[in-house]
Design a protein around this ligand. Structure first.
Ligand code: SD4
Length: 291
């Protein structure tokens, strides 16, 4: 049976984010506001080292953020490699609503933020991120550690009682990435995809592995062809494993629902969980996995 309305988010920090999204959804019925307000909670969470300006920086010691937002009617917006913006998800929404474009990156995204009245933050790392970065610099071993450095992106998808869907995804990306690197999260179809006619999906994990298979778009298209959300997530993980050579170094996970409110999740390996909010009650669920 289906769950509707429904809010799903990646990882345990999805719980407080879902609470906020649910509150907005319940009081306004607006799924777009719900997914924006929901992940804004995570963007400000100082304990999270993979979302927001407090996240771990790139190799140069600079925090650069990626985010995307999408509505089930095909509207979407995203920002990549953006600095000094506290709420990249809100900037992504402005790209969607106030420009003829889908994606803005880097300095252009920062200029657009200024023109939209966003206040830029000082470029200082959070004390915890700085400490870890100083530690990392001693050896500068660039090797993403599964489930440690790169495990906290929030992807959220929501289904309203009226059948409208939206999704959001926001991250500081991979810790100690090359300066300029953009991950899957702001790439529509990779980190996030939503189609009211079918369903929605979002991703977390090593962005390169997810971009390579257009992961979230793939899941929605598999559901369009009749797969359940669970089957679609499993097929995407199988594809990801077959298309990535260094799979021992990769974790990635997907969550999805269809328009009936059936949902599913699957990961490359153990350790991925997600939060499900339905009718005011919330559960943290361990995803099943392939390896
Ligand atoms: C990225 N997908 O930039 C993000 C990282 C992530 O959980 O998901 N962390 O590659």
């Amino acid at each position: 049976e289906g769950f509707k309305p429904l809010v799903l988010s990646t990882w345990a920090h999805g719980m407080p984010a879902n609470d906020k999204a649910w509150e907005v959804l319940e009081s306004t019925g607006n799924v777009l506001d719900a997914v924006e307000q929901g992940v804004k909670v995570t963007e400000l969470d100082l304990s999270n080292l993979s979302v927001g300006l407090q996240g771990l920086p790139d190799r140069e010691g600079i925090a650069t953020l990626d985010a995307s937002i999408m509505l089930g009617d095909g509207s979407c917006g995203s920002v990549g490699f953006v600095r000094q913006v506290k709420h990249p998800i809100s900037l992504a929404r402005k790209v969607m609503e106030n420009t003829p474009h889908v994606m803005l990156a880097g300095e252009g995204a920062r200029q657009f933020a200024i023109s939209e009245g966003f206040e830029l933050e000082d470029e200082v790392l959070s004390p915890r991120a700085d400490e870890l970065f100083q530690e990392w610099k001693k050896t500068s071993m660039y090797k993403p550690i599964i489930n440690i450095e790169n495990h906290d992106t929030i992807g959220m998808i929501a289904l309203g009682a009226d059948g409208k869907m939206a999704g959001s995804c926001t991250t500081s990306g991979l810790a100690y990435k090359m300066h300029g690197r953009i991950g899957d999260s702001p790439i529509i179809g990779a980190g996030l995809f939503v189609d009211d006619e079918v369903g929605a999906a979002t991703a977390t994990g090593l962005g390169e592995s997810i971009i390579r298979i257009c992961g979230s778009f793939l899941i929605v298209e598999l559901m369009r062809q009749g797969r359940s959300p669970q089957e679609a997530c499993q097929e995407a993980v199988r594809r990801l494993i077959s298309k990535n050579k260094n799979i021992d170094d990769i974790q990635a996970g997907f969550i999805a629902f269809n328009k009936e409110g059936e949902f599913g999740a699957y990961a490359v390996r153990a350790g991925f969980n997600y939060a499900r909010h339905h009718k005011g009650s919330q559960e943290l669920i361990d995803a099943t996995y392939k390896l």
